[in-house]
Write a protein that binds this ligand. Structure first.
Ligand SMILES: [Zn+2]
Length: 74
């Protein structure tokens, strides 16, 4: 299901689901989503979906934060 939806891995709270063994880069990315979830709590999912609808994937602020510096929050 993940690969059909265009995802290699996805994070739900503290649970990371991956279609294959994650690379170190994917682990770091998904663990950053865990940190975002810890910071944003239940607001994470609606905020994530709203950003996705508004910015798409590449310009998604939470995706950019998970993939590069500077971070949205420490
Ligand atoms: Zn991501």
């Amino acid at each position: 299901m993940l690969t059909r939806r265009g995802f290699g891995a996805i994070t739900f709270g503290h649970v990371i689901v991956s279609a294959t063994e994650p690379s170190n880069t994917v682990w770091r990315h998904e663990l950053r989503h865990v940190a975002q979830y810890e910071r944003l709590g239940l607001a994470f999912l609606p905020l994530y979906l709203w950003y996705r609808a508004r910015y798409g994937y590449v310009d998604h602020p939470l995706e950019r934060d998970a993939s590069e510096d500077p971070r949205l929050f420490p």
